[in-house]
Design a protein around this ligand. Structure first.
Ligand code: HEC
Length: 107
């Protein structure tokens, strides 16, 4: 009986570690280099940036105030977005549009 609990405990720990690891590495902020403002304007259409803006204002004020894109530079934003894209439950494409919008209006 004791060893059954030990095994179950171990399985639970492995599951927790695996699910956390999977969650933190799969956003655009982890996988694609941080674009400059100029690159964002070249690579994204006005419509895509507007969509990113809508996703930003609809999803990023659920837990705190909406932080101004102007408040940080692209590198700092990317660092924050590694944590916030998963928190906002945005899929890969949505994360990409939000990052593009924020960088387009960053410091
Ligand atoms: C589920 C809740 C939740 C959602 C949704 C959320 N955040 Fe956050 N945010 C937090 C918490 C909690 C903190 C403070 C702890 C931390 O920094 O991890 C935070 C902190 C921040 C900070 C300050 C971090 C720093 O280190 O300066 C910024 C900027 C931010 N969030 C931006 C965003 C953006 C952009 C989005 C949308 C993509 C977003 N947040 C969505 C919970 C959330």
């Amino acid at each position: 009986m004791k060893s059954l609990f030990k095994t179950l405990g171990l399985v639970l720990i492995v599951l927790i570690v695996v699910s956390c690891a999977a969650r933190v590495v799969n956003t655009v902020a982890h996988l694609e280099p941080v674009p400059t403002k100029a690159e964002v304007h070249t690579n994204f259409s006005t419509e895509q940036l507007a969509e990113g803006g809508a996703l930003f204002s609809n999803n990023c004020d659920k837990c705190h105030k909406l932080f101004e894109p102007q408040s940080r530079d692209a590198e700092k934003w990317n660092h924050v977005l590694k944590r916030m894209i998963p928190r906002a439950k945005l899929n890969y494409e949505e994360g990409k549009l939000v990052r593009a919008y924020i960088i387009a209006h960053s410091e």
